[in-house]
Structures are given as C-alpha cells and as structure tokens.
Design a protein around this ligand. Sequence first.
Ligand SMILES: NC(=O)c1ccc[n+]([C@@H]2O[C@H](COP(=O)([O-])OP(=O)(O)OC[C@H]3O[C@@H](n4cnc5c(N)ncnc54)[C@H](O)[C@@H]3O)[C@@H](O)[C@H]2O)c1
Length: 260
Amino acid sequence: MDFKDKVAVVTGGANGIGRALVEEFLKSGARVASIDLDREAAQDLTSRFDRNQLFFMEGDVAIESTLQQFAQAIRVQWGKVDYLINNACISRGGIMTPCSFDDFNTVLRIGITAPYLLTVLLQDSFTDQASIVNIASTRGTMSQPNTESYSAAKGGLLALTYALSISLAGRARVNAISPGWIDTTNDPASFSSADHLQHPVKRVGHPSDIVKMVFFLCSEASSFMTGENITIDGGMSKQMIYHGEHGWTYQPPSEGTEPR
Ligand SMILES: NC(=O)c1ccc[n+]([C@@H]2O[C@H](COP(=O)([O-])OP(=O)(O)OC[C@H]3O[C@@H](n4cnc5c(N)ncnc54)[C@H](O)[C@@H]3O)[C@@H](O)[C@H]2O)c1
C-alpha cells in the first residue's frame, strides 16, 4: 500500500498491534503520530525512525489534558490527519475479581472516551479522505467470565463507531475491526498446537492480519464502507460448540468454583 504524504495517528503504538501499525504505516511512506505509556518500548521504536516521519508522545490517553496536548502537537507537527487508529486498550477484569469503580472507569476512559475525544479534537484537521478505524474485539459481542470492564469498553467502542459514522458523514469514514486471538508475543513456543488448531483457519492471528484490514479501511478501495465492524478471528466466533462433538468436551467446574 502506498500512503506517501498521508498522516496516520495511532494510539498505543509502542507494542503489539499498534506497533505493527506504526511500523507498516512508516514503511508505506506515511508520517505517523503515536502516543503510549511505555517509554522504553517507544524509545526503541523512535530510535529506528526519522523524527520527520515519526512523532511519538509519552502519555496516558485516559487523561483529557494529555489528549489535548497530543492533538495540539499533531496540528503543529503535521498540520492534518488522514487516518486515526484508536488502538490503545487494557482490561481490569470484572465482577468476579472484582473490578472497582475506578478500575472500570479507567478502562472505559482508555477504550471509549479517548477515541471519542481524540476524534473531537482532531476533526478540524481531517482531510477529505479521512478514515477512522477503531480497534474493538470479538469480546465486544461475546464473552468469558470476569471480563466486564474490557467487554463493556469494546461494546461501547462498536456503538461509538456506528454513531460517529453518521455524525461525521461526508467528513470521515468510521469503521471498526474486531480481532480475535492475535499473537503479539513473537514467540511461537508460547502457543500449543491446540491453541492454533481450535481456530477454523488452524492458526492464531498475527498483527499483520489486523494491519492489512486497517490499510484496506484507510484506502480508497473501501470508500463505500462506513459504520462497519469487521471481525478477524480465524472463524472462532462462528464456531458452534456442543459437548462431545468434533473433539470438544465440557468439564463442569467443581462445586463451589462456579460463578453465582
Ligand atoms: N492481541 C489480541 O489478541 C487482541 C484481541 C482483540 C482485540 N485486541 C485489541 O487490539 C488493541 C491492541 O492490542 P495489543 O494486543 O496489541 O495490546 P498490547 O498490550 O500489546 O499493546 C497496547 C499498547 O497500548 C498502550 N496503552 C495501554 N494503555 C494506555 C494508555 N492509557 N495510554 C497510552 N497507551 C496505552 C500500551 O502501553 C501498549 O503499548 C487493543 O485495543 C486490544 O484490546 C487485541
């Protein structure tokens, strides 16, 4: 993909999927602005790229004044925004941990409020072809026990995607990607063969699977798409599971450990 002279903003760009996005946008010729809490990982990244191509800010997207500073720095540094990729998120568990009032709100501030506020702050800098891509999760629409903070943030991010796609109609396209299990470890030994083979496509995902869809959603090729959520999970969320079928067995939790 050729993104020469484009400007991409990526939150949480120091590690994992965000880092892959930053690196691939830079390779494609774009200029990138990113923000992350992880100073060490960010320094490793910035040391490999030209300051005229990559602007990196150490900061917490859960803090309003930090987002204001970041947006102002982007305006000064690049003067426009073609692509906004809201990627940063965390989990603080849920009702069984339990996740406290502050923990829950922190996850929502990172996962929903920051994408909203960054959009508000950057909207006047959007170019004609602007595209926003929100990195949600299959956990926005399906769940394991004790994931309320993360699931709520991701479900809210999907709703925010639909709402913004209408409010920004004609000014920016707004889509979401819901990844399934994406290996950000770069360590094949951390996965069993069952981890891979349980997926209908027979492998765990890779950050490049997400990068490719982000690039498609930023490109002219997706110009008729807005308000959409694309699931990239190797088919896991489409797999119907019944005890005793296809090698699957259900083992009831022992008494006393079952959630009430
Ligand atoms: N990896 C997966 O299996 C998977 C699956 C579904 C969805 N996702 C989503 O993809 C996105 C990236 O996930 P990942 O696996 O690469 O995560 P990661 O933890 O490897 O990277 C997230 C980055 O965001 C940064 N970050 C976290 N909180 C921040 C804050 N408050 N302010 C600034 N930066 C902050 C972290 O420092 C880190 O560099 C997240 O939204 C995640 O929910 C990931």
